[in-house]
Design a protein around this ligand. Sequence first.
Ligand code: TEU
Length: 549
Amino acid sequence: MQDWQRSVIYQIYPKSFHSHAGNPTGDLLGVVAKLDYLHWLGVDCLWITPFLRSPQRDNGYDISDYYAIDPSYGTMADCELLIAEAGKRGIKLMLDIVVNHTSIEHEWFQQARSSLDNPYRDFYIWRDQPNNWESKFGGSAWEYEAQTGQYFLHLFDHTQADLNWDNPNVRAEVFKMMRFWRDKGVGGFRLDVINLISKPADFPEDNSDGRRFYTDGPNVHDYLQQMHREVFEGHDLINVGEMSSTSLEHCIRYSRPQSKELSMTFNFHHLKVDYPNLQKWIRADFDFLQLKRILSDWQTGMQAGGGWNALFWCNHDQPRVVSRFGHDGEHRVVSAKMLGTALHFLQGTPFVYQGEELGMTNPSFDHIDQYRDVETLNIHRLQRNAGVSDADNMAAIMQKSRDNGRTPMHWNAEPNAGFSVAEPWISVPANAAQINVASQLDDPDSVLHHYRQLIALRRSEALMSDGVYRQLLPEHLQIWAYVREGNGERLLVLNNFYGTACEVELPEQVISPAMTQRLLISNYPDNPPRTRQVFLRPFESLVLHLTDH
Ligand code: TEU
């Protein structure tokens, strides 16, 4: 087992974490100011989303200089201080590297666009005619450049031009830049949409949006092995790849140690269970059986292939999980705890996204003026132009917008939730006065204390890292039950995903009176010993450690 296989990683979206300077957006010194909180929570590593120089059209995922801190976040000295102060508390910092594309304001693109024979022209992907691939943010994936009369590829916004990884000079520049950050002392990298970097040479037309041609593309494993040799080899780094629309087979290859590529992978299949027919922009309930099936398939599949999962419910691109798969009304506290437990006992490395540990909810912004995200604004326009009614358009956005997860962190009940003395760049949800760090620190029954307990358990319970996953009752319509087992010991993890009580019967081999049972964690105050016949209250979840005799 590697250290990072026993770690918990906390994700910070610095724009919305804390403003030390008292600005509308957060900054790096704001993260420094909260390190004691993160240390108390017990996390081992911080993934901070991009804070490098950027026009901020996609909140930093459009980088214009890989060697400079964006002035809104502070200075290089602030970054060095953050790395050093985190290090003193035993916390590593993971840098978010965006190298599928750069901002069109990057010097390389400015050079490339200037003439057909510029040495940087081949840093990007140009064609005389576009094919029919679509941008992930809606519309064509190609943008016309009048000066040179060609189109360039952008899988995301038209200001995010895709780099040409087949050009060895691009790879050399990327690896050099990563070594610069490695030598500054970062503890690892989170690699943005890294499975999209290799495109097929012929850019075929598609009967869909084109993703099947560039997802896990032809040379991606070679390029990652090269990155491993040139940047990671001989260094103690945690490297996480964000894999868009990927497959289990590829994720095993990306993350098994013998491939010498990455430490672990994120995938999003379990977060499409509320996309009917893979359509994101329709308001829909989630499919619970599908959620269990997908997560279970990835658990057993990655385990069998020797790969390693990055586990997560939330990030800066996703709605809040308590609003999504839990209950953000009367059952908010109990359901947020249940969701935390269900995730943290899986095999893999769990990620906690800022505010998830408080049970923060979607903000219920019901007017498009309250949204800031480039994807949301693009989609709103495209749907309206396609004739979708305002009511349906807004209903989908309220449920699915990335801004659901991007509102300011709730620190306390002061103005702006203690995020900043200035009016924040995006509104603070109305429930910040009830749901915040200060009030939960004082409350041992809070979601926050439950997360702290989950994080601490990972250190004492080896089975959380290395136990074999097995699902129980796969067809049950409201309970997700599984075990993690090894050496005659077992963790039994029971989660009721709904607001009604129910009783289930478990197999005798899993729990019997002959076994010693110890309760590890639960979300209800009273916990009698359990038998095979288990009664679970609304959103109840509990974990028993069982030893055979
Ligand atoms: O996201 C990649 C990605 O494909 C998504 O999660 C995306 O937000 C979703 O498909 C839209 O429906 C990464 C970053 O996490 C995201 O914030 C960036 O916007 C994107 O890459 C481009 O760099």
